[in-house]
Design a protein around this ligand. Structure first.
Ligand code: PHE
Length: 343
């Protein structure tokens, strides 16, 4: 039986390697393998010599072999009929083929990948979650009070009310899902698309991309947050870029801060890009609020943590000096093909 198996395998290799240029080659293939005196029939004929206990197994192998030869025949037919049409139309088949234009990664993907890889080097793992969220993961667990404006229909796209389903407004929802799993410590970044009901302009769109981060363990401090983000900025924008923190407010962090970097264009003295302040805001951050930890079943007396969130569009616009956010979603090749180089 091993002989038969070997024969079938050899035929299969032959079939795989078979090349047809003209219709006659395809016909020769048909006669050799699929004709009334062809090899497929011949192999099938061996069935009578197969012992009863192997009949089932070999029946299957032979059937597969037949289907394999038939599929190849169909493929050859398609090729040679195309070729003969081309020859009839006077085309020269020896000419080199048309170049297939090579695509390039979208600038948002390039920058997101770069952000992700910087944090991966610090031991952060990527976590992902659904874009359609429930109220709990997007708002309630995150300590967003009932009357918070972000919950308003004007700001958030609701898909369903009672129970509330919505398009997530940030990837903090992924952090909640990760905390609920109860495995500590947590050191994650959450890249993904988020949605807000904003009027489309050069600076806002109804969707954008975020990378949020979360680190929860024992004894995590604001100094850890600062050092982590400082490292990120140096890797992303260069060694001479400075950072500063301004007090801010988010319901899910306490204390909260907004982080600025020194202007990449003027480097400090002030210009149009930094509105003559020398600084541009790049992200929000803070220490995880104890209510948030408690909501997710984490002992806030034992654990502390920090979180941050940034818009990938904003980082990309700063990095490449792009003035209009709409360019990212207009799909204009003249814009997109400028970003082939690694960031
Ligand atoms: N979730 C906030 C936003 O989307 C960003 C943020 C994340 C701020 C984590 C602080 C801490 O605006």
């Amino acid at each position: 039986m091993d002989d038969l198996l070997e024969r079938i395998n050899n035929y299969k290799t032959e079939i795989s390697d078979f090349i047809a240029e003209k219709a006659e080659d395809t016909e020769a293939f048909r006669i050799k393998y699929l004709g009334t005196k062809g090899l497929v029939k011949e192999v099938m004929g061996e069935m009578k010599n197969v012992t009863a206990d192997k009949k089932r197994e070999f029946g299957q192998i032979m059937n597969e072999f037949k289907l394999f030869a038939e599929a190849k025949y169909d493929a050859l037919k398609a090729v040679t009929s195309n070729n003969s049409q081309a020859i009839e139309a006077g085309e020269d088949l020896s000419l080199p083929a048309d170049q297939l234009p090579l695509g390039s990664r979208h600038p948002i993907s390039l920058v997101r990948n770069r952000i992700v890889s910087i944090f991966q080097r610090l031991g952060f793992a990527v976590a992902e979650g659904p874009e359609i969220e429930d109220d709990w993961h997007n708002f309630t667990a995150l300590n967003l009070p009932e009357n918070h404006p972000a919950r308003d229909m004007q700001d958030t796209f609701y898909i369903n009310q009672n129970p509330d389903w919505l398009l997530r407004t940030h990837t903090s929802s992924v952090q909640v899902r990760e905390m609920e799993k109860g495995k500590l410590p947590i050191r994650i970044i959450c890249p993904g698309r988020v949605y807000r009901n904003e009027t489309i302009s050069a600076r806002a769109h109804c969707f954008f991309h975020q990378v949020e981060g979360l680190y929860i363990a024992e004894n995590v401090s604001f100094a850890d947050l600062k050092q982590t983000l400082y490292f990120f900025v140096q890797e992303m924008f260069g060694k001479e870029v400075k950072i500063r923190f301004r007090p801010s407010y988010f319901p899910f962090t306490e204390p909260s801060a907004e982080m600025d970097i020194s202007c990449l264009i003027c480097g400090g003295p002030g210009c149009n890009v930094c509105k003559h302040t020398g600084w541009v805001e790049i992200l929000g951050c803070g220490m995880a609020h104890p209510n948030l930890l408690d909501n997710c079943g984490i002992d806030s007396n034992k654990y502390t943590g920090f979180a941050f969130g940034m818009g990938v569009e904003r980082i990309t616009m700063l990095k490449y000096q792009i003035k209009d956010l709409r360019l990212f979603s207009e799909n204009d090749v003249r814009f997109l093909k400028q970003f082939t180089a690694a960031v």
